[in-house]
Design a protein around this ligand. Structure first.
Ligand code: SF4
Length: 422
């Protein structure tokens, strides 16, 4: 049996594949196309309802007991941290309510990468586009740093390569490997070349921007000068990059590309497509922004709303001892473990991600939750930001969703505080 499916395992959210359930070996199988990342991900799920139970300090317990213990952890915290944030729209909304009630700081597992885009938008603005636009209109696509096959294996297919939606496309891999060009070999109506970096990506993008702006640079390599000319000659040029692959201070690279795009847009058409925000990070960022007006790395505390893109980095807060409890949410990726800490901890995750017990007296609550798009329905934002896709369960795993658990936790926290105040 196959079922309509939206793959939740990378920011592309492919909805042209399906999952066949009930293979002879009892596993799921991807049908309608290939993707090593999705295939490996679905193999981590059993096809039968889960028997996993919550645990308290490593001992099995009921959901009610786990929620009561989690509420006590939050009630006893002066500054909680919500991190990971691997959930869908409903989970994000529930997270935001609990963050407001508890004064928590929230940062995603990919917080640093997310902040590159956020800071660029705040400081500079940008010209972004959608997968559909790239697929149907872009005649020049510049992949920044490589084809991003690790982050989003079907990215080049989703950009329309191998289809006849655009009569002729030229692909430039800026700083990619020969393998990247080989991967595109033989595709109809596609020509591809690799342009090496000049120094690092910062320097290359700065040089390219200057060339696009018409400055004469005697030290510029001919390949970059040719790329600048190609960009001007294209009908619709699109830079495609993965935010997680950008180095520290990657916002400067993003700004450099936007400056080049601004220049091109005076006479032709150009844009950027950023791939990122997977495992729910982009979705939670969107939901927090529409609910509060601020993105992640924010806090709704006694002093009102605060946004600190550097200070509210989860790893920095933990290293500095600036938080005293951790709520970790990871409903998509069982390998995304919470950071090592001795703080009181609440973990909402895939049944396989139960943390190792820390001994009697430690506050460690684990609640196994359903994975949207596998064991339950849900919604996620796609990498291009304006598109929300529904997730369909391929079976019912019998586990509670993040939104349900957090809703009950918020109520339990309220009751605990009301009881303490009575
Ligand atoms: S490219 Fe990404 S969304 Fe598409 S099937 Fe692979 S893992 Fe899933």
């Amino acid at each position: 049996m196959t079922t309509p499916w939206t793959c939740p395992f990378c920011p592309l959210l492919c909805d042209d594949l399906a999952v066949r359930v009930g293979q002879p070996d009892g596993s799921f199988e991807l049908v309608g196309g290939d993707c090593a990342l999705a295939q490996a991900a679905i193999k981590r799920f059993a096809t039968t309802p889960s028997t996993a139970t919550p645990t308290l300090n490593g001992q099995a317990c009921g959901l009610d007991a786990a929620i009561s213990a989690a509420a006590r952890v939050l009630a006893g915290s002066r500054q909680p941290l919500f991190a990971g944030l691997g959930t869908d729209v409903a989970g994000a909304r529930a997270l935001y309510r609990l963050a407001c009630d508890s004064g928590a700081i929230s940062d995603a597992a990919q917080g640093a990468a997310l902040m590159h885009g956020q800071r660029t938008l705040q400081d500079h603005g940008g010209f972004v586009t959608t997968l559909a636009e790239v697929r149907t209109r872009a005649d020049l696509i510049v992949f920044v740093g490589g084809l991003q096959t690790q982050t989003a294996p079907r990215l080049w297919q989703r950009c329309g390569m191998g289809e006849d939606t655009v009569s002729e496309r030229h692909i430039v891999i800026l700083g990619g490997s020969a393998d990247d060009v080989d991967a595109l070999g033989g595709l109809a109506q596609v020509s591809a070349e690799s342009v090496p970096l000049q120094g690092d990506l910062f320097e290359t993008v700065a040089l390219l921007g200057a060339l696009v702006a018409g400055r004469t640079l005697h030290e510029a390599p001919p390949a970059l000068a040719a790329l600048a000319a190609r960009l001007h000659a294209a009908r619709y040029a699109v830079f495609v990059g993965a935010v997680a692959d950008l180095p520290a201070q990657g916002a400067l690279i993003m700004e450099g590309l936007y400056r080049a795009v601004s220049e091109l847009n005076r006479r032709t058409r150009a844009a950027v497509l950023w791939v990122g925000g997977g495992d729910g990070a982009g979705t939670v960022n969107q939901a927090f922004t529409w609910l509060s007006g601020l993105p992640l790395r924010s806090r709704a505390g006694p002093g009102g709303l605060e946004h600190e893109p550097l200070l509210f980095d989860a790893s920095r807060l933990l290293a500095d001892g600036a938080v005293d409890a951790l709520l970790w949410v990871s409903s998509f990726d069982p390998t995304a473990s919470p950071p090592a800490t001795t703080l009181p901890q609440i973990v909402l995750g895939h049944p396989a991600s139960a943390p190792a017990p820390r001994g009697a007296g430690a506050d460690l609550v684990f609640i196994p939750v359903s994975t949207p798009g596998i064991g339950s329905a849900g919604h996620l934002f796609r990498t291009d930001g304006g598109v929300v896709l529904p997730l369909f369960p391929v079976y019912r795993d019998g586990l509670p969703g993040v939104a349900e658990v957090l809703g009950r936790l918020t109520a339990a926290l309220g009751s605990l505080r009301a009881g303490a105040g009575a």
